[in-house]
Design a protein around this ligand. Structure first.
Ligand code: NAP
Ligand code: BGC
Ligand code: ZN
Length: 355
């Protein structure tokens, strides 16, 4: 079957021919429809994050997928069911995190991530998966269901942010998303449809006209250009922010965010930067976090509960949003193009089949 993979010592993603997978007991065989690409895939291709499966000289890419059950193989699924797979799998024997349905909080070394950390991804005509890692989705999600995975990551981080403020009365009304990549824009859409946020902002570094700025403004949010208004100047230029969501992967943003936050505010950091050394006044930031009850929290991955929340968010998005966000749909033969970036590129997908 056709698969899109990286090979050790060779540049860029390429189309390869690999054997079709065989389902083991408890696993269903899934026919892949679409696989989305995000910033993490680029980090994997560059060798900055994740790694090859043990003993293999190639890694099949892709962790944002939607597909159709081809062979239920004794699982509770029926042939033809539309499903979205989760990303993490146990490294070796299942451990307590997987057993309690919370692989997203498993420590490094106890998990693999399909298409990212030590395991093949979903960018192939077929994949297999244990039943418990397949989330059923409605047929209307055949073209957009791959977005359930990234949205679920944001569901988790927003849940964590609220949980961190749950000991007192916290009434956020301003939200700021750092980053106008696909993750930032999806999360902005979640915030503007969230009853709590009266005002939403999204930070980028692009000149107009730009399709991401169009989406930001169509969502009713304010575009902030980081070249004119650095993150720590946002309170002066706009207002102190109750909830900040970081999706740039630009490490200084994590610390500038302390200044952007309102008293009692919370920031969720999701970007995955490489090593980056720079100077900060750690004492001042530490003092401000303490004296203003601010919180910075890291959040990675998600579990099935967050996938269920993400299904509801995706179903609530207007059609124009997913239409404008998905800027390219490519055949596997043209997969290399799906990984190209450019002014008009937001979210691209590789399409193996349609429903
Ligand atoms: P992406 O496509 O690389 O988007 C990052 C965006 O941030 C880009 O649009 C970029 O602008 C913008 N940006 C970078 N530096 C900036 C700066 N200094 N000022 C203003 N804007 C800046 O990636 P993504 O797919 O949206 O994901 C975002 C990050 O989250 C990545 O690091 C990814 O690995 C990570 N991630 C984490 C999780 C998790 O569970 N924690 C889940 C998914 C993704 P330009 O396009 O103009 O360069
Ligand atoms: C994926 C997550 C994964 C994270 C870290 C993200 O792009 O969507 O599922 O846990 O990268 O590898
Ligand atoms: Zn991702």
């Amino acid at each position: 079957m056709r698969a899109v993979a990286v090979r050790r010592g060779e540049p860029g993603p390429q189309l390869i021919d690999v054997p079709e997978p065989t389902s083991e007991s408890g696993e269903a065989l899934v026919r892949t429809l679409r696989v989305g690409i995000d910033g993490t895939d680029h980090e994997v291709i560059q060798g900055n994050h994740g790694g090859y499966p043990d003993g293999e000289d190639y890694q099949i890419l892709g962790h944002e997928a939607v597909g159709v059950v081809e062979d239920p193989n004794g699982t509770d699924f029926d042939g033809g069911d539309l499903v979205v797979p989760t990303v993490r799998r146990p490294a070796g024997e299942p451990n307590e995190y997987f057993e309690r349905g919370e692989p997203d909080v498993a420590p490094d070394g106890t998990y693999l991530e399909r298409g990212i950390v030590g395991a093949h991804g979903y960018m192939s005509e077929y994949f297999t998966s244990p039943e418990e890692y397949l989330v059923p989705v409605p047929d209307e999600f055949a073209e957009t269901g791959f977005l359930v995975e990234p949205i679920s990551n944001s569901e988790k981080s927003i849940e964590y942010a609220y949980a961190s403020r749950s000991a007192f009365e916290w009434t956020p009304d301003s939200g700021l998303v750092l980053g106008n990549g696909p993750l930032g824009l999806l999360t902005l859409a979640m915030l503007v449809t969230h009853d709590d946020f009266d005002r939403a902002y999204c930070l980028g570094r692009r000149d107009r006209p730009d399709p991401t700025i169009d989406i930001i403004e169509k969502l009713g949010a304010t575009y902030v250009d980081s070249r004119e208004t650095p993150v720590d100047d946002i309170p002066d230029a706009h207002e102190p922010i109750d909830f900040v969501y970081e999706a740039t992967g630009y490490a200084p943003h994590a610390f500038q965010t302390v200044d952007a936050l309102a008293p009692n505010g919370v920031a969720a950091l999701l970007g995955i930067p490489g090593d980056h050394t720079f100077e900060i006044d750690g004492g001042r930031l530490h003092r401000d976090i303490v004296l203003q009850n601010k919180a910075l929290l890291g959040s990675v991955n998600s579990n099935v509960r967050h996938y269920e929340m993400a299904k509801a968010s995706l179903a609530g998005f207007p059609d124009w949003l997913t239409d404008e966000l998905i800027t390219g749909v490519y055949d596997p033969e043209d997969a290399a193009k799906a990984f190209e970036s450019g002014h008009d590129v937001i979210k691209t997908v590789v399409e193996f089949d349609t429903l």
